[in-house]
Design a binder for this molecule. Structure first.
Ligand SMILES: Cc1cc2nc3c(=O)[nH]c(=O)nc-3n(C[C@H](O)[C@H](O)[C@H](O)COP(=O)(O)O)c2cc1C
Length: 353
């Protein structure tokens, strides 16, 4: 029998403000991660492996379900993620400089719509501090879940110096990451989404590709680089992004981040920030489908946005994604939601041979 989260624990957590509840959950996972034997025992019960490993980005994922960036902001909770059933975790977003994020309150739940609006603003202790923590954990190949690290621009760094800022973060974390996600799509750092434009994007991604070449020259493994995009790009803008990614040999794309759109009834909600959860689901899937068709499958896609049921995850995979991620679903469905989805996918025989 599954843990009755929605009946028992969720009502208690929902009495707390969204960020306080999140901090409690992250602290519990961090504590669990400090007891490796317990983690391993839980993993044996919860990490549902797919019919065959999902092989993508040159990596092997035990199942297709990942924890999206933003939950494990400080890279402390991820060792427990496999114990809960996640096949991969994306920590961060980390920035080169430590920063406090936006003033609180900055995250809000809308239970009737199974949604969240957040304007956290990349609160984190900085990429170097996270790298120190990651260095003490099992390295690639000895981990149960695949570890992605999301990097973003420090708020005080001018947009024109973004490439150097991303490169500093990349160099700090690349030894410890299985893949690196480049976040140019958070709506909560002023001007960040402008980095999805062709000029800045080429500059940032070329710098990171060069950094990867530098790793290879030094005998270190290059890391797959993925770009995380906003769901609010027009098709023309998205075409330009895809052309850049294919031109530069970027390894994959994460679609999508939160939306600035405010479909009813959110048009009446007066909170700035990115909307996630159920209201984002259809748009995010539409973007995945568009990318899959436009690239003919040449660009691996991690789908994110509104996965609130196992069927939602299937819809994303059917639209052309190789993997799915979720965050808001964890808030509404609880700690074993990833396991439920992985079980549904395994029952479906996914991925097919
Ligand atoms: C509170 C909160 C914080 C987030 N922080 C980040 C972040 O730091 N970096 C990032 O790339 N995405 C961040 N996201 C976006 C999620 O990773 C995800 O892409 C988005 O919420 C859509 O998925 P969902 O509907 O399953 O939540 C955040 C989302 C939420 C709700």
């Amino acid at each position: 029998m599954d843990f009755p989260y929605e009946r028992l624990l969720r009502p208690l957590l929902f009495k707390l403000d969204c960020e306080t509840a999140h901090n409690l959950a992250a602290a519990a996972m961090t504590a669990l991660g400090r007891v490796p034997p317990l983690c391993r025992a839980m993993e044996a019960a919860n990490l549902v492996r797919s019919a065959r490993p999902v092989r993508v980005l040159g990596l092997e994922f035990p199942n297709a379900v990942g924890l999206a960036a933003g939950f494990d902001k400080h890279a402390t909770a991820w060792p427990a993620a496999a114990a809960l059933g996640f096949g991969h975790v994306e920590v961060g977003t980390l920035t080169a400089l430590a920063q406090p994020g936006n003033p609180k309150p900055r995250a809000f739940r809308y239970p009737a719509r199974e949604a969240v609006i957040n304007r956290m603003g990349f609160n984190n202790h900085g990429a170097a501090a996270a790298a120190k923590l990651l260095a003490r954990q099992p390295s690639a190949g000895r981990r149960r879940a695949v570890l992605g690290v999301s990097i973003g621009k420090s708020k005080v760094t001018p947009l024109e110096q973004a490439a150097a800022d991303y490169t500093a973060s990349f160099n700090a974390v690349a030894d410890h990451a299985d893949y690196v996600a480049v976040n140019v799509s958070s709506p909560n750092t002023p001007g960040l989404r402008a980095l999805q434009g062709k000029g800045p994007l080429v500059e940032i991604l070329s710098a990171l590709t060069d950094a990867n070449a530098g790793r290879a020259a030094a005998g270190k493994p290059p890391r797959p680089i993925l770009l995380k995009i906003a769901p609010d790009l027009g098709w023309g803008e998205l075409d330009a992004v895809l052309a850049t990614l294919l031109d530069l040999g970027v390894h994959g794309i994460i679609a999508t981040n939160t939306t600035l759109a405010r479909p009813a009834p959110f048009d009446a909600v007066n909170e700035d920030g990115g909307l996630s959860g159920r209201p984002l689901r259809e748009r995010a899937t539409e973007v995945v489908r568009y990318i899959a068709r436009a690239t003919g499958g040449r660009l691996p896609i991690i789908a994110s946005g509104g996965v609130m049921t196992p069927a939602d995850a299937c819809a994303k995979l059917d639209a052309g994604a190789a993997l799915v991620q979720l965050y808001t679903g964890l808030i509404y469905r609880g700690p074993f939601f990833a396991k439920r989805i992985a079980r549904a996918l395994a029952n479906r025989g996914w991925p097919a041979a």
